[in-house]
Design a protein around this ligand. Structure first.
Ligand SMILES: *[C@@H]1O[C@H](CO)[C@@H](O)[C@H](O)[C@H]1NC(C)=O
Ligand SMILES: *[C@@H]1O[C@H](CO)[C@@H](O)[C@H](O)[C@H]1NC(C)=O
Length: 404
């Protein structure tokens, strides 16, 4: 249970992880949960039979009994239990020490009973396997010291094909292995994740969070005029590593993989078509070729202006950001493409009624209960009231549709 005392952390710029639990508010929030489960103010991870894989089935494209839900950055600083660690331990220590990463992954599930647990980690975590070094600096975010500009810089990196993840990132197997057991006991799914090649390449090239990604864009221009293939070569290398890293996570117990194109907003539709998309497709294909039954979700943060280009990513499901209306996203992607998303995270600062209405609207627009995987359109924000997350999860699980 919640035991840990301290922590220190950093806010992840990169999108991935986040599960967090919040225990204190649960008692209150359980009161509004209706009829059947409401008698005891328990956590809502009293999953009904079948909840163990409802998220996985949904991500595979099946229609399910109700709309499943998890939240990007559900393990995050909005939870006081999480801040006990993040205020004390630096990010890499938290994410690379199994006992801590496991606890941080589980907190939110204990508190809110989302339909999946996601490993507490970061999209940058596998970069050192290629010889790219980073650190997370409080107040700044991740800072990468390895400089990549030229084809030679790319050639100096390690060979992507021969990375041994058990040697280079030994904590991953331990974290996912334990979480896999925890997820089974809690009747829920285990979600793994990776960063998409463009985002990881751009992050490395810029060296830190960047407003305009000018260095990256110059490298794409140089690629276009034929003066340097560094950008293409770099992304290709990352795509291979990331595809294999996704496979490794599956081998360690992940049942679904989400691919985060966190910096999709930095690409024009043309950049996406020429750079981001083929590299992401390559990484996804590596996972799907080896593990065809494990669903892959592709999320392009800020990429909803080129949603139509995402129909054929090779992923099983497309997650959409909050800047497109869910009904519109459905229309653009067409009825065949399984979809996830896309509530604006700021809604969690609203009233209970506003939050519940947003959940119902999103579900209705996606086609009704059981037709999509509910998520936010970006990560849970710092400062989000903990009880609000419970309201969202509860309403999603409870909602039976407009006509019910
Ligand atoms: C998990 O589900 C099984 C059957 O589906 C049930 O027997 C078991 O009690 C559930 N466990 C929890 C922790 O909900
Ligand atoms: C190609 O584009 C890059 C980036 O804009 C520029 O630095 C370089 O001079 C260009 N080379 C040629 C041959 O046009």
């Amino acid at each position: 249970m919640k035991v840990f005392s301290t922590i220190a952390s950093i806010s992840l710029i990169t999108s991935a992880s986040a599960f967090t639990p919040s225990i204190p508010s649960r008692t209150t929030t359980a009161l509004h949960s209706t009829t059947e489960a409401a008698a005891t103010p328990t956590k809502n991870n009293k999953a009904s039979p079948g909840d163990r894989d409802i998220l996985v089935r949904c991500a595979s494209g099946q229609q399910v009994e109700r709309t499943p839900v998890w939240l990007m950055r559900q393990a995050g600083r909005y939870m006081s239990a999480f801040r006990q660690y993040s205020d004390k331990y630096p990010f890499r220590e938290r994410s690379e020490t199994p006992s801590m990463a496991i606890e941080l992954s589980l907190q939110c599930h204990r508190a809110y009973g989302m339909d999946g647990i996601i490993m507490f980690s970061d999209i940058l975590t596998p970069l050192p396997t290629l010889g790219i070094e980073f650190d997370v600096v409080k107040g700044t975010g991740p800072v990468i010291s390895t400089k990549i500009r030229t084809e030679e810089d790319v050639q100096k990196l390690k060979d992507a094909e021969s990375v041994n993840f058990d040697e280079t990132l030994p904590f991953i197997r331990e974290i996912l292995g334990s979480l896999s057991k925890e997820a089974e006991e809690a009747n829920t799914s285990l979600i793994g994740f990776v960063g998409a090649p463009f985002t990881l390449a751009a992050y490395t090239i810029e060296g830190k969070s960047s407003k305009h990604c000018l260095a990256t864009k110059k490298m794409m221009m140089a690629d276009e005029n034929g003066s340097s293939k560094a950008m293409t070569q770099f992304m290709d290398k990352i795509a291979t590593m990331i595809g294999n890293y996704g496979c490794h996570q599956i081998e360690c117990g992940a049942q679904v993989i989400q691919v985060f194109e966190s910096w999709a907003h930095q690409m024009t539709p043309k950049h996406f078509e020429e750079y981001g998309k083929p590299a992401a497709q390559k990484a996804i294909k590596i996972m799907k070729d080896k593990y065809p039954d494990v669903p892959v979700i592709y999320f392009a943060n800020g990429g909803s202006s080129y949603l139509e280009l995402q129909k054929d990513m090779g992923a099983d499901m497309i997650a959409v950001d909050w800047s497109v209306d869910m009904a519109q996203a459905r229309k653009i992607l067409g009825p065949e493409v399984p979809i996830s998303g896309n509530i604006d995270p700021t809604i969690l600062f609203g009233t209970k009624e506003q939050i519940e209405q947003a959940v119902r609207d999103c579900i209705d627009k996606a086609g009704g209960p059981g037709k999509h995987l509910l998520n936010l359109g970006h990560g849970v924000m710092q400062g989000t009231p903990e009880e609000a997350v419970g309201w969202l999860v509860d309403e999603c699980k409870r909602y039976k549709g407009k006509d019910a």
